[in-house]
Design a protein around this ligand. Structure first.
Ligand code: FMN
Length: 388
């Protein structure tokens, strides 16, 4: 692990910016020159670093801390009620004037109301967990909201670009949460070559070397989930953070047993049990969990099943998977909010194995910018200016 710069802002150099605007010398970020990429220009942020929307994790505190530090904080609204989203938006605005965004599910039954709320509240960026429909993009753009969906495949990037998205986050397979099979190192250059809109790289990023590498691939910034989950500004319970910190590069698994679609999570006894269970015991386990979580959430059985069906993403799920899909928010909540790693599901990227500390968002962003500047200085020694 690269040590944290203990003097954020010290030694900033505004000289020698390259095309992407990364300064030449080792520097702390707080007073370092802003970095110019198409992403920072589009959104008005200082540094091309996005904290992604994460259910139960990316609330007002984390989003505000990121945006205040010069990145783009995004509220994860998929697990919030409409009212809770409104409260979170107001809370971020009270903490910072900097731009921030809201992540939502394009297939949420109340997606249209969420979009109207974002427009009414003047939210700068709309981020989508799944490719949004064309009319959603148009409604947001007509109202001046910047639309940046997250995708995991080239054809989805091409589709949202065609429909008018302003930029796209491309998540490679090593990323946390719902994820695809193609690693960032292959998906990113493929998508950068395929679309003209700014591309933001996600999946596996945690430091300044990664930022420079992403920019070298042609991305306009990086987006990180797991790294921001593991900050002191993240609301996740300390004992759960310690579980994450103890994990190695081999300790995540992509499972379809949680909600029917590939989901990268920490490998735990609960996940191992789900992976091993056959159809019958899977259904029994799902019904037991559903009963427990129905009680906790106050949802009726029909509402629980409706929620599960809505989460199928168009795939053919077994009944146990429908129930598990309905349970997913509660399984995530058990770990993230209730501090019960034994009962819950903990989404995580493989990068968890390279993270061993809990900086604040400001320290993290400072550090990443300082490391990026160091990487650029090293590259300039490798490729001296007069070599071409
Ligand atoms: C705990 C957790 C919850 C997540 N929840 C969401 C979500 O609600 N919506 C979404 O679009 N992506 C979600 N993701 C995916 C992240 O937004 C992001 O794309 C991913 O974490 C990037 O990979 P990384 O973890 O390697 O940084 C989640 C990821 C994690 C780790």
């Amino acid at each position: 692990m690269i040590p944290v710069s203990d003097a954020p802002g010290a030694g900033a150099s505004e000289t020698g910016a390259n095309e992407a605007g990364v300064g030449a010398a080792s520097a702390g970020a707080a007073s370092a020159a802003p970095i110019r990429t198409r992403l920072t220009e589009l959104t008005g942020i200082r540094y091309p670093i996005v904290q992604t929307g994460m259910g139960f994790v990316a609330g007002a505190r984390l989003a505000a801390a990121t945006s205040r530090a010069g990145g783009l904080g995004i509220i994860g609204s998929a697990t919030m009620t409409l009212d809770a989203l409104r409260v979170a938006v107001v809370a971020v605005r009270e903490r910072t004037d900097a731009p921030f965004g809201v992540n939502l599910r394009a297939d949420a039954p109340d997606a249209a109301e969420r979009i109207e709320l974002m427009i009414a509240e003047g939210v700068r960026v709309a981020s989508f967990a799944l490719a949004p429909k064309r009319d959603m993009i148009h409604r947001l753009k007509d109202a001046g909201v910047i639309v940046i969906p997250s995708v995991g495949a080239r054809r989805h990037a091409e589709k949202v670009a065609q429909w008018g998205a302003d930029a796209v986050v491309v998540q490679g397979g090593e990323g946390g949460g719902h994820t695809g099979p193609i690693p960032t190192s292959l998906l990113l250059p493929q998508v950068v070559s395929a679309v003209d809109i700014p591309v933001v790289a996600a999946g596996g990023f945690f430091d300044g070397r990664g930022l420079v590498a992403a920019l070298a691939y042609g991305a306009e910034g990086i987006a990180m989930g797991t790294r921001f989950l593991l900050t002191s500004d993240s609301p996740v319970a300390d004992e759960v953070k310690q579980v994450y910190l103890s994990k190695t590069l081999n300790d995540t698994v992509v499972t379809t047993r949680v909600d029917g679609v590939p989901h990268r999570v920490l490998r735990t006894p609960l996940i191992d049990g789900l992976e091993r269970s056959g159809q019958v015991s899977g259904l029994a386990r799902a019904v037991t969990n559903a009963a427990r979580f129905r009680k906790l959430s106050g949802l009726s059985w029909p509402a629980l099943v409706r929620q599960g069906v809505a989460m199928r993403h168009g795939t053919d799920l077994s009944w146990s998977q429908v129930l598990m899909a309905a349970n997913t928010p509660m399984l995530l909540k058990a770990a993230m909010v209730d501090g019960r790693p034994d009962l819950g599901v903990m989404a995580a990227g493989q990068v968890v194995g390279l993270i061993d500390d809990l900086p604040s968002c400001a320290e993290l962003i400072d550090r990443i910018i300082a490391e990026a500047c160091d990487s650029m200085a090293r590259l300039r020694r490798v490729f001296p200016a007069d070599s071409d």
